[in-house]
Design a protein around this ligand. Structure first.
Ligand SMILES: CC(C)(COP(=O)(O)OP(=O)(O)OC[C@H]1O[C@@H](n2cnc3c(N)ncnc32)[C@H](O)[C@@H]1OP(=O)(O)O)[C@@H](O)C(=O)NCCC(=O)NCCS
Length: 192
């Protein structure tokens, strides 16, 4: 499975919204706010919604030139360290084929191995076992969320779900990748 991952273009927004609104995807995501329309996304893609504190970035995932999913990123900095909060969705007909793991691996190679990002964070609903398995395959570990913060997120994101937060550190990622390369060169196949 070799998905192509590239920066999202405004022309991709309709395809991405169709995936986001698919009931099987939406069930595992925050409720879309009515104000979150194509115009808002277009502004984010063009950097018009960026602030001095954070920067939006979106990537599209394609298979055979068809958009099958996407990854959202919010880039920020804390105590001089680069941090990225990520979210992702894949069209249901492509679930379970390793597409998202391959796409995220390629993204993280850029963020964590090249761009010097120190931590990637991702939130998911507690009952989203498929996503949790994906997170664990990629080396994410649970990261605490203070109880009041948890409630603030749930309210801000309009959901009644219990949210769990995960973190992937630069060192963990580089270690994982180095082990994979060693295994590949010694003939022991390992794929996400
Ligand atoms: C979560 C999502 C991105 C996963 O993408 P994917 O390409 O299907 O991921 P993978 O192919 O690597 O499969 C995920 C893993 O979960 C496992 N899995 C599937 N259903 C599962 C379940 N009910 N319980 C536990 N694990 C499950 C799969 O077996 C696979 O693990 P494996 O590779 O060890 O066999 C995709 O399912 C999706 O978009 N879901 C809806 C939206 C969503 O949840 N977004 C993320 C919100 S945080």
């Amino acid at each position: 499975m070799n998905p192509e991952i590239r920066d999202m273009a405004p022309a991709d927004i309709d395809a991405v919204f169709r995936i986001r609104q698919d009931p099987a995807v939406a069930r595992n995501q925050y409720r879309i706010h009515p104000s979150e329309n194509a115009e808002v996304w277009r502004a984010r893609l063009l950097g018009l919604a960026d602030t001095a504190i954070y920067r939006y970035k979106y990537s599209t995932i394609s298979l055979d030139n068809t958009i099958v999913g996407y990854i959202s990123q919010i880039h920020t900095e804390s105590a001089g360290q680069k941090i990225v909060q990520c979210g992702w969705n894949l069209a249901p007909e492509f679930w379970g084929q390793g597409v998202m793991a391959a796409a995220l691996s390629s993204l993280f190679d850029g963020l964590l191995s090249v761009d010097n990002v120190q931590h990637v964070f991702a939130d998911c609903f507690r009952d989203n076992l498929r996503c949790k398995r994906l997170l664990s395959k990629l080396g994410f570990v649970p990261n605490a969320i203070l109880i009041h913060h948890r409630i603030i997120i749930a309210a801000a994101m309009r959901c009644l779900h219990w949210i769990d937060r995960y973190r992937l550190d630069r060192n963990t990622w580089n270690h994982l990748r180095a082990n994979q390369i060693t295994k590949q060169t010694t003939g022991v196949a390992e794929q996400f």
